[in-house]
Design a protein around this ligand. Sequence first.
Ligand code: GDP
Length: 229
Amino acid sequence: MSSVRRENSLSKPSTRSRSRRPSSSNQAADAPRLPAEFLKSAASFSQCPPETGPEIAFAGRSNAGKSSVLNRLTGSRRTAKVSKQPGRTQLLNFFDVPGTTGRLVDLPGYGFAKAGKSAQAAWQKTVNDYLNKRDALAGIVLVMDIRHPLQPFDIELIEWADPSELPMRILLNKADKLKRGAQSKVLQQVRNVIAGAELTSVQVFSASSGQGVAELVSTLISWLGEPAE
Ligand code: GDP
């Protein structure tokens, strides 16, 4: 494809084993939220904290609402605030999920208009290293603005996740901006794209209204494979 694809290349699907994925799915479907506590930021793969348990990475284009999704999911406006602090936006930010050994990992939003080429290359390498090498990675939440779905990097991540045997949940965020019929149309469009990708699923979501949060929490708890408190 374009140079974007080469620059962003996620390269090899890893050889991670299916057996590493948590398999439990016996958690309450109506869990309202997934609390999280900031642990640390990492500027490079080598700075990532030692693995303790399954990690769920959050990816998305800047402004798709990734921070708002994290805040809604964790029930705290402070969660993603840390990721928004100047200097932290291009880092990997790790959050512990209390009561589990699992973590949420906020990846840098892609598509910074203001980031220079060298800065972009640096965070792309960090993100690629994390996605390709982190054994603890148990799943990816890909946040899209429902009005602008399936941007090039979204597609690239989607095409990489399933062959890498990584579960992915796509969130069509800002659903409150569209009427129900228009929401369904985009949902179907994305379903068509992910048809055949066994481990990839999609749902509508609104960080503003909370639409879809129970469904998301239920999925993420099953990925973590442990109860959240
Ligand atoms: P990020 O750059 O992906 O972390 O995006 P933010 O969470 O900072 O959100 C970008 C903008 O979209 C902000 O103005 C948010 O208030 C807005 N936003 C995020 N989620 C929603 C949503 O579900 N509905 C609406 N209407 N606005 C949202």
